[in-house]
Design a protein around this ligand. Structure first.
Ligand SMILES: [Zn+2]
Length: 107
């Protein structure tokens, strides 16, 4: 593990750490139940956006990312690679940096 507080902790590092911490439980729970936990955490993020402190907001964002990574582990997705493929070069819609897609459309 190569993480340093505040930097150098990649999505791949997170995915491996979540696997070490919870892999067996996550496999037993499965993708559908894990997705429900992800959605619940998204709801908690909404609450933090509305009324949470800066720290609560940050930690809820961490939870949402952790549950997404959990889902990736269960389904065998290399999330770091997927993010790099999709967003590593440019906007996946218009292939520009910054994005030049119609603001009325989904980015
Ligand atoms: Zn775009």
């Amino acid at each position: 593990m190569s993480e340093q507080p505040g930097g150098g902790f990649t999505i791949g590092d997170l995915q491996r750490r979540i696997g070490e911490l919870y892999g067996a439980k996550d496999e037993a729970r499965g993708d559908s139940a894990t997705f429900l936990w992800l959605v619940e955490e998204v709801g908690e993020l909404a609450t933090a956006l509305r009324s949470g402190s800066a720290e609560e907001l940050a930690l809820e964002m961490a939870d949402v990312l952790a549950w997404l990574v959990t889902l990736a582990n269960i389904r065998g997705v290399d999330l770091e690679s997927a993010v790099a493929r999709k967003y590593g070069e440019s906007c996946p819609g218009c292939r520009s940096v910054p994005c030049r897609c119609d603001p009325a459309g989904k980015p």
